[in-house]
Design a binder for this molecule. Sequence first.
Ligand code: C2O
Length: 337
Amino acid sequence: AEPVAPDVKGCNKPDLPAGAKPIVCCPPNLEKKDPIDYDIPKWETLRIRKPAHDYDDLENYKKAVSMMKSLPDDHPHSWTQQSRVHCAYCDDSYNLYGQTHTKLQVHFSWTFLPFHRWYLYFYERILGKLIGVPNFAIPFWNWDAPQGMEIPSIFTDKSSPLYNSLRNPNHQPPTLLDLNWNGPGDVDTSGDEKTNLITMYRQVYEAKRPLSFYGSPFNADTPGKETSGTLELVPHNTIHNWTGDITQPNLEDMGAFYSAARDPIFYGHHANVDRMWAIWKSFKRNDISNPDYQNSSYVFYDENENLVRVKNSDAFDTKKLGYVYRELDLPWLNAKP
Ligand code: C2O
């Protein structure tokens, strides 16, 4: 089989859910550029991503996001373009390289974790570049521990660029996050700590086999036959849906692929998903050596506006990408059901 990659010359209109306002999600100037292989910088110091409830770089983050939001929509570093990266890779904008009918969808398979790691990596690098702070690090929404089991206050201040109005009005702080939220029909909207911790134990610690944690293979021969890994299903999907606005047609923003990354909380959520991957690896479990997995690749604009191609195998160690997560207690490790 062949690894998957986006055919950037074959970027088309996305396939949006009913009720969504039409948009095009292809990055700007694709016709004028050929992607170059990304050169990973040599890092002098590591960036340290910290939990949202104890984040000491909020002023820089707000400043950087405001700058993104004031760039013209067609600038590759604009807030609009950063959010459309998600739409492009998740709403069928790209053909799979070498194929004309099959689309690249990075969810529901082993591409989920590495794709989002790279996505956040460039988001963070661009923010740092905009404010001239090369070591800038984004916060993570620490939903796996009691301190993080509600929407973090850095995202709920209405005067902040990190605020977004399209969120579930019934899930505002101090409503406790429900990692097993079943969607708008789930009337019992508040979770409980103990159940959340047991859920974390089951979805991260107990998912010992790489393919159950990462998701099933996705290569040029198996498009459309993929299944999500345990972390992607719960709590990743459930938190997206829990956060999105039930008064919108598709739980926008967080509850729909095309709109999720318009909400600044998306990047905090995914930083914790990414952190869970790093923690899972610290349990010394086997990784996936299949070359289709190792060589799957994606294309992004980097902080210097170069169109670059990056591959999964360069994303297995956060230190190689210049960052680490602050170490915190993992109360769910003792939450065996
Ligand atoms: Cu690309 Cu949280 O989904």
